[in-house]
Each structure stands twice: as structure tokens, then as C-alpha cells.
Design a protein. Structure first.
Length: 204
């Protein structure tokens, strides 16, 4: 059983996310609408922010690194991503987090798959969100922008193929109008071979 997180009272876990502790639950989602300030901040990041910010660290380290590269007028986005990072820290019971904020304008991870991580939190700020389906069902569910998605990976304690959820990035090549997604991915610090403390990766 996880120990109580010192910030749990402030960052309460909504009912949908509580279900992730159940052995038969491999995905939990929280519907939400982005307010105008947050939507505008995300649009500004799309225009002026780096294509990729990738780092591993405590919330305090991540905040310091993000402030060094964030464009003006994106404070609401910074506040929201860090609030989600704090919630993920409580859910995963890890001191450090692998934090990835990325612009995506191409087809990425088109195949349905299961991640080799314990627990992954996804939030798409602009564009369509993650698509997912049950392993034994062909019905594809698409997540609206702003929604929070929590997924169990193969490394989650007690993970079972019987209740597996497969997911993928939504294909963009078939859309009539080009668009860019802004995707936040929060993971266990060792996810995807992330090495202990290294300079944050950024790119245009």
C-alpha cells in the first residue's frame, strides 16, 4: 500500500483516478475543460515555445528548468503542468518524475501498444488526445483535449494482460487541416531509459 503523500490533502485525487488502484482497472480518466487563459497559454507555447522539453527531477528542479525556457504569457500552462506533476507524484509515490512536454505535428506511435512503465499520465493541451481501446475490443475511444488520462503499464504491480488497455497517439496525417498537438507525458523517473539527473533536453 502506498504511503500517504504529504500534498494529498491539497491535491485531492478525484474519484475516477482512485479507480486505478483496483486490479481490474487499467485506465482512469478525468474530464475537464481548459479555461481561456490556459488555452491561450498553450497556443502561445505552440507558437513560441521549444518543440520538446524533456527532463527528470523533483518538482522544484523541473519548475526551475521550465522557467528558464518558458515564453512570456505561458504562466497558466506552467502552473497547470506542475500541478499535474504534483498529482502524479502522489499517485506514483516517486520523489522524481520524468517530465515531457512536446509539440507533435506528425503521426507518432500509430500502433496501439502498452508502455513498459508502471504508471503514465497524459494530457493533450491542443489537438486530439490519446486514443485507446480494450485488448479484446476493436472500439477506439478518443480523448478530448484537456482530459487527464492515467494508464497502467506493464511494470505496474499486479498488471494483467486480461485487463490491458492499449493506446496510441491519434494519427494526424489523415486530417484535412494540419495541426500541432501539445502533449504532456508524466512517468516514473526511469521510464524510457532516462538516466539519473542530466541537463533538460530542449529542441526547436
Amino acid at each position: 500500500m502506498r504511503q500517504a503523500c504529504p500534498t494529498r490533502q491539497r491535491f485531492a485525487v478525484p474519484v475516477p483516478f482512485q479507480n486505478i488502484d483496483r486490479p481490474d482497472c487499467a485506465i482512469a480518466q478525468e474530464p475537464r475543460l481548459l479555461n481561456q487563459d490556459l488555452s491561450q497559454a498553450a497556443a502561445t507555447w505552440i507558437t513560441r515555445g521549444p518543440d520538446l522539453f524533456l527532463s527528470r527531477g523533483t518538482i522544484e528542479i523541473l519548475e526551475t528548468e521550465l522557467r528558464q525556457i518558458m515564453p512570456a504569457d505561458t504562466q497558466p500552462l506552467l502552473d497547470d503542468t506542475l500541478a499535474l506533476a504534483r498529482r502524479y507524484r502522489c499517485l506514483s509515490d516517486t520523489a522524481e518524475i520524468r517530465f515531457r512536454l512536446e509539440k507533435i505535428s506528425h503521426d507518432s506511435c500509430r500502433c496501439f501498444h502498452i508502455d513498459n512503465v508502471p504508471l503514465r499520465l497524459l494530457c493533450t493541451y491542443t489537438g486530439p488526445g490519446v486514443q485507446w481501446k480494450h485488448a479484446e475490443n476493436d472500439t477506439i475511444h478518443e480523448t478530448p483535449a484537456g482530459w487527464l488520462t492515467l494508464l497502467k503499464g506493464r511494470l505496474h504491480p499486479g498488471w494483467s494482460a486480461d485487463t490491458a488497455i492499449l493506446h496510441r497517439s491519434p494519427p494526424l496525417s489523415g486530417l484535412g487541416t494540419p495541426l500541432t498537438r501539445l502533449l504532456l507525458t508524466l512517468d516514473h523517473p526511469d521510464a524510457c531509459g532516462m538516466s539519473p539527473r542530466q541537463p533538460a533536453a530542449t529542441g526547436r
